[in-house]
Design a protein around this ligand. Structure first.
Ligand code: C5P
Length: 234
């Protein structure tokens, strides 16, 4: 499993998305499709992007009873996505059911990664709304261990946490990390950011980069810069 840059295609329509992807005439980037685009355009957009030769991380963050998640994952697996995700908060039985649903008759399946605590959830929120008293980093590492126990491939986390996740769950356990900005770029609404180069040093396996590429004057050049800094192969 190689390191790669995943572009967050946070667009609201097929037209906008395909217009953006048309710019990439060389290497077809790995793309992340989130709830906005998926709910707007449905499974057809996944098929179309896949047909164009892109790998796809479908970021729908499933969280429901095990049986429902198992059946939904089976549908996503048939869509031939390369990576999908769920909330570790759904507990180990839900994550095990998800793996079962994702696994195709021939034994293959997309990668499955877990969201631990959302980065928008503060320690204060965890205490007051979720009645979780432990420090957030302990909670995140515990959820990562549960995901590993359930047979998942990794977690979504901050690049700053990637080293600790690898220490806790092993180097083969994937870290997929948003919150990446160029050293000379705008942070936007992300609080704790890292450059692609630093994410590589800490050990991220995949960086998820949205606006630094999608809003760049030259998105292809910005993508290539990310790949150069993170993967070092361009
Ligand atoms: O534009 P930007 O680079 O901030 O995009 C990051 C992408 O990663 C967005 O699609 C965002 O929803 C997602 N993400 C995130 N932080 C998380 C989980 C997902 O930024 N903790």
């Amino acid at each position: 499993m190689g390191k790669d840059v995943i572009i967050a295609c946070d667009f609201s329509s097929k037209e906008e998305t395909l217009q953006f992807l048309d710019k990439f005439t060389g290497k077809k980037p790995y793309v992340k499709i989130g709830m906005e685009l998926f709910y707007a355009e449905g499974p057809a957009i996944v098929r179309e992007i896949k047909q164009r030769g892109h790998q796809i991380f479908l970021d729908l963050k499933l969280h429901d009873i095990p049986n429902t998640v198992m059946k939904a994952m089976s549908v996503l697996s048939n869509l031939d996505v390369d990576m999908c995700n769920l909330h570790a908060g759904g507990t180990v039985p839900m994550m095990e059911a998800a793996i079962k649903g994702l696994t195709r008759a021939d034994g293959t399946r997309p990668l499955l990664i877990a969201v631990t605590q959302l980065t928008s959830t503060s320690e204060e929120c965890m205490r007051s709304d979720l009645l979780i008293e432990k420090p957030i980093d302990q909670v995140v590492m515990h959820y990562a261990k549960c995901a590993k126990r359930a047979g998942l491939d990794g977690v979504v986390c901050s690049p700053l946490e990637a080293g600790k996740v690898h220490e806790t769950c092993g180097n083969g356990f994937l870290t997929v990390t948003p919150g990446v900005r160029f050293a000379d770029g705008d942070k936007g609404d992300q609080m704790r950011v890292t450059t692609p180069e630093r994410a590589k040093e800490i050990g991220s396996d995949y960086i998820v980069v949205g606006r630094p590429i999608t809003r760049a004057d030259d998105p292809v050049a910005a993508y290539e810069r990310c790949v150069r800094e993170f993967v070092d192969t361009l």
